[in-house]
Design a protein around this ligand. Structure first.
Ligand SMILES: Cc1ncc(COP(=O)(O)O)c(C=O)c1O
Length: 234
């Protein structure tokens, strides 16, 4: 990752060799919420050896507003070793239904088909996915609501002088300044459930964006918990 928490695509491409099997790019990235830009992704896709599969995970695609972002869909058909995946778990709120899809060349899809289990989804899940796709207003409505709430939360964090990573997803990473584990525990005591600790970012708390009321409650909890922890460790 770069210092500003984005995929370091030039370094990733340089690290590829003939033994590389899979290159994974999460865009926007979980857990940082950062994006790789269209201008960076295109040359990268051209640089990865064709013997390696490039998996671009666009689980959080629908939340992005940054104009520099582009879905990797535009390179499908041009870059043969590219597979783009999406899920119904995020913007469509169907987490737990385990439904997603991949878009790639016929060869890639055929290679994956060999590993498919015969019952890989069920009728109710497919029905829910179709209903989601038919609700044309859902994506822009939900994107706006989540992004407005995230911007509000980030503005409040700025007032507190608390660092956060600029996010294009439905969560944000907040620097709590010390090991995040006790903070997660203290929030849980207040019935506030946040993301787990990510070992490579041990002082960062990942919180998913909910309703404005939920985020107000979260912020009040965070403000209550952080000074308390600082006093305890002083
Ligand atoms: C980057 C990313 N991809 C995929 C998924 C999960 O998708 P699914 O629920 O379809 O397995 C998640 C969920 O946390 C995710 O963060």
């Amino acid at each position: 990752m770069t210092a500003d928490h984005r995929h370091d695509l030039p370094r990733m491409a340089a690290a590829c060799g003939e033994r590389t099997g899979l290159v994974y790019v999460c865009n926007p990235n979980n857990p940082t919420g950062t994006i790789v830009t269209r201008d960076d992704l295109g040359p990268f896709l051209g640089r990865v050896p064709k013997t390696a599969l490039v998996l671009v995970d666009e689980a959080y695609h629908h939340f992005v507003e940054d104009a520099r972002y582009a879905s990797a869909f535009e390179w499908v058909g041009k870059i043969p070793n590219l597979l783009v995946v999406r899920t119904f778990s995020k913007i469509y709120g169907l987490a737990g239904m385990r439904l997603g899809y991949g878009v790639g060349t016929l060869e890639t899809i055929e290679a994956m088909r060999r590993h498919r289990i015969w019952s890989n989804t069920n009728a109710s899940v497919l029905e829910a996915a179709l209903a989601s796709l038919e609700d044309a207003g859902h994506v822009p409505r939900y994107r706006r609501a989540i992004n407005e709430t995230r911007r509000w939360l980030c503005a409040e964090l700025d007032k507190d002088g608390r660092a956060h990573i600029p996010s294009e997803a439905n969560f944000v990473m907040i620097d709590v300044g010390s090991d995040v584990e006790p903070v997660i525990g203290a929030l849980r005591e207040r019935h506030l459930l946040v993301g787990r600790k990510f070992p490579s970012l041990p002082t960062w708390l990942r919180v998913s964006i909910g309703t404005p009321e939920e985020m107000k409650t979260f912020l009040a909890g965070l403000r209550a918990v952080l000074p308390r922890l600082e006093i305890r460790t002083a």
